[in-house]
Write a protein that binds this ligand. Structure first.
Ligand SMILES: C[S@@+](CC[C@H](N)C(=O)[O-])C[C@H]1O[C@@H](n2cnc3c(N)ncnc32)[C@H](O)[C@@H]1O
Length: 251
């Protein structure tokens, strides 16, 4: 069955194909990539559980219109929520856009007693700085509170909707149950750093935060933050190479 020569030949062909694909992407986006650590790699990773998990597929179909995230990343959140979103705690999403991720988490954890804090500026990306080469503020300004109301109805769960720039936006809100699981998806360095700091000050022991955009082509501010966090002894930090980085609080 296993033949190393064939594997090596297949790897060489894949390298050529991915090189061509990345060139095509650049032509389409009219952007020439000069950084050496960016490109397309088809990882030798063939296990795609989001194709066969029927509970996930059903929930995905209910919320996919309300999220920008691809199936693989949604599966990460769904899968980790099963074990890390603890009964009688809070879930926070900063950068909810239209709320699909929070809906997916709520719907697939209905048996738990969770307080949901779903946060967005509803005016798009904020806090861009010299750490962010591409995001300049106001991107993704097409989400409205009415979208979150639709998601609440589909999920059968009430959200605490927090409008404004996080964490300033939540300063007058009391989080009664500690946060056990959170999703941060805000695209800029300062927003992600400030969101993470706030969340980690209000968690249970051993909380997990999924930080989106670590592997994004145009979200280098988040990549910088993720790489800094790898040196922070308070956390176990691991990129999953689906675009997210997982930050586990060590207590
Ligand atoms: C890429 S979108 C999020 C996508 C969303 N998680 C999904 O699954 O579709 C980024 C969102 O972050 C929001 N955002 C950026 N910085 C923020 C901040 N400091 N506080 C609250 N929302 C923020 C933007 O308004 C935008 O809706």
């Amino acid at each position: 069955m296993f033949n190393l020569n064939k594997v090596n030949k297949a790897r060489k062909r894949l390298e050529i194909i991915t090189g061509v694909l990345f060139k095509l992407f650049q032509i389409n986006l009219r952007y020439k990539e000069k950084r050496n650590d960016y490109g397309i790699e088809i990882f030798e990773y063939f296990y795609l559980p989001w194709r066969s998990d029927n509970t996930f597929i059903e929930a995905y179909n209910m919320f996919s219109e309300y999220t920008l995230n691809p199936k693989s990343r949604l599966y990460t959140i769904y899968d980790f929520a099963k074990n890390y979103l603890i009964d009688d705690t809070s879930f926070v999403e900063v950068g909810s856009w239209r709320g699909g991720v929070s809906g997916l988490v709520a719907y697939t954890n209905l048996e738990k007693n969770i307080d949901y804090f779903v946060c967005d500026t509803f005016k798009g990306v904020a806090n861009s700085s010299d750490k962010d080469s591409f995001f300049k503020n106001d991107e993704y300004s097409d989400a409205e509170i009415s979208h979150l109301k639709e998601v609440e109805n589909i999920a059968g769960t009430k959200f605490n909707i927090i409008e404004g720039i996080f964490p300033e936006s939540i300063k007058n809100v009391s989080i009664k149950k500690p946060i056990s699981f959170a999703h941060i998806d805000v695209d800029t360095y300062i927003s992600a750093k400030e969101s993470l700091n706030y969340i980690m000050q209000n968690t249970t022991k051993n909380a997990l935060v999924v930080l989106d955009d670590y592997g994004g082509w145009f979200t280098d501010g988040i990549t910088k933050l993720g790489n800094e966090l790898k040196n922070d002894k308070k956390y176990f930090v691991a990129p999953n190479h689906l675009g997210q980085i997982l930050i586990f609080k060590i207590d």
